[in-house]
Design a binder for this molecule. Structure first.
Ligand code: GAP
Length: 513
């Protein structure tokens, strides 16, 4: 299936099965704002829990907080967001569509990258088992040419953005003959900067109202609480503060469903360290975060690191963990070595000392910070789009199945009486009553059992438990596994253990070791 078709299918499946709805749909929706429906809210919660457990529960030197969305406006002056949280935008004069200039250039490079992938696939076919991908990429003339082109374009883009040379960004777009992706027009305006923060007001009367911003990242709620947490939690460096919560950005280009939203949720962790140790911690968190992703079994080839050429004003090293979404490899998580920039800025603007006294060194210093920051909605899209499959079965029929990692699935098991009589519904309901203390389970008696299996497959439910007439005799049921469609006859008393083994967080997170 073409990538675009697959992506359309992801969006419609998310709606049809109660995962994601367009916000205020009855009023024709609100652009780039989405609501999580009954299954989506559960999946989102499970992803959040999986992150929280890996970060906070599994690390005795990381604690979690929940800071407010509203913050004192000086926060955003200190953090640099008032002056520098801008995107370079460009308008197409014919279509009147607005784009991020840097994204247009990056998308151009992604097309060249696709050509590299095609060359690799062709060579793979030609050489079979003898194929060595790394060697091919580093020696094939055509591939090297493509890569050189990508590197030189991205280098120039990085330098122009660094120098705020927006005229050169426009010149690059024109030289590469980049056209409006919607209409093909190359009639561009100049590139301008656009601040992404949403403003609002606090206070009843116009005279006394204070200008506020909706936070564009959760990180600053952690920085301003650094000393409070360190003192009250008696935390010793190195230690981390984690939090999950909403962030808001007035994105210029808000397409691609929940990939880029105006209201979204972040899961961030700031790790406070001794100055000079940042390289070691950067490598540590790069590796640890990648292991967290891989533990979910969504395919090792679907992830890659992308080290930043152009560093944000606060960072001395940065990388993205990119995931292969239906529209190509894109940023899923950022890992940034933020130096002491934020704490120093807040010291300067607040006039309060934000230092740590190191008893071993008998000296105070401003800690450096290593940040891991992942978008919960983006992670949701990664999990959901990767899971959705149209699988052709041996008999030629096609089943739509959502192969969500069982630990994240909204509903862990559906209990199905074979028929709506003979006491089978009563047994099914008693199984529900028992299992619901441990798992999210659902009851389904409508339609033939085969159709019910398909419905649960499409919904992502890892287990179906069928109660039939033999159950009346021997207390056994059939348990069907979503991915393999294998069926086992087991005792009702064993259900809990069998399900737990597959959906338990411990079983999954241990794969990080
Ligand atoms: N505190 C650092 C920070 O906010 P970022 O790279 O701007 O860094 C971190 O954002 C992560 O938040 C991204 O990797 C992405 O997953 C998510 N994110 C950022 N903007 C988003 C948006 N408009 N919609 C959905 N997720 C977004």
């Amino acid at each position: 299936m073409a990538n675009e078709d697959q992506f359309k299918k992801v969006i419609s499946h998310a709606k049809e099965y109660g995962y994601v709805f367009q916000s205020s749909e009855i009023y024709d929706g609100l652009s780039a704002v989405y609501d999580y429906a009954q299954n989506g809210a559960e999946l989102k919660k499970n992803i959040r829990d999986y992150w929280w457990k890996a970060m906070v529960q599994m690390n005795d030197n990381i604690v979690g907080i929940d800071a407010a969305i509203f913050m004192h406006p000086t926060t955003w002056k200190a953090s640099g967001h008032v002056d520098a949280f801008n995107d370079p935008l460009i308008d197409n004069k014919d279509s009147k569509k607005r784009y991020r200039a840097d994204v247009l250039v990056e998308d151009y490079c992604a097309k060249i990258e696709n050509k590299i992938e095609k060359e690799v696939k062709k060579a793979e076919k030609r050489f079979g088992d003898a194929f060595n991908k790394d060697e091919f990429i580093s020696t094939n003339g055509r591939v090297l040419g493509y890569q050189e082109k990508i590197d030189s374009i991205l280098k120039r883009l990085g330098q122009s953005l660094e120098k705020e040379d927006l005229a050169d960004v426009k010149a690059l777009i024109e030289e590469l003959e980049i056209a409006d992706p919607m209409t093909g027009s190359r009639n561009w305006t100049d590139v301008k900067q656009f601040n992404l923060m949403f403003g609002t007001k606090l206070g009843a009367s116009a005279e006394s109202a204070m200008d506020l911003y909706l936070r564009p990242e959760t990180a600053q709620g952690i920085f301003v609480n650094f000393l409070n947490v360190q003192k009250t939690g008696r935390m010793k460096i190195p230690f981390g503060i984690a939090q999950t919560g909403k962030a808001f950005r007035n994105e210029i280009v808000a397409r691609q469903f929940i990939f880029r939203m105006r209201e979204f949720e972040q899961m961030e962790m700031q790790f406070f360290i001794k100055p000079g140790t940042q390289k070691e911690w950067f490598d540590h968190w790069k590796e640890t975060r990648m292991k967290w992703h891989l533990s979910l079994g969504m395919g090792n080839d679907n992830y890659r690191f992308h080290d930043h050429e152009k560093l944000a004003h606060y960072a001395d090293a940065a990388t993205d963990i990119e995931f292969k979404f239906p529209f190509g490899f894109k940023e899923l998580e950022g890992i940034h070595s933020r130096t002491d920039f934020d704490l120093k800025q807040h010291e300067e603007y607040s006039g309060k000392k934000l230092q740590y006294f190191d008893h071993e060194d008998n000296a105070s210093y401003t800690p450096y910070v290593l940040e891991t920051s992942i978008g919960l909605d983006r992670m949701f899209l990664a999990v959901f789009s990767n899971a959705l499959e149209d699988e052709t079965l041996d008999d030629g029929s096609v089943r739509t199945v959502l192969k969500l990692p069982a630990v994240l699935a909204p509903t862990k098991a559906a209990v199905l009486p074979l028929v709506k009589k003979d006491g089978l519904p009563e047994i099914a309901k008693s199984i529900i009553e028992d299992l619901k203390w441990d798992f999210n389970v659902t009851y389904d008696e409508k339609d033939a059992v085969g159709r019910r299996y398909r419905r649960q497959d499409a919904n992502g439910t890892p287990f179906c438990i069928t109660v039939d007439h033999d159950t009346l005799e021997d207390n056994t049921v059939t348990i069907r596994h979503r991915d393999t469609m294998e069926q086992q006859r087991i005792n009702i008393a064993d259900l809990r253990d069998i399900i737990k083994k597959e959906v338990d967080v411990k079983h999954w997170l241990q794969k990080m070791k």
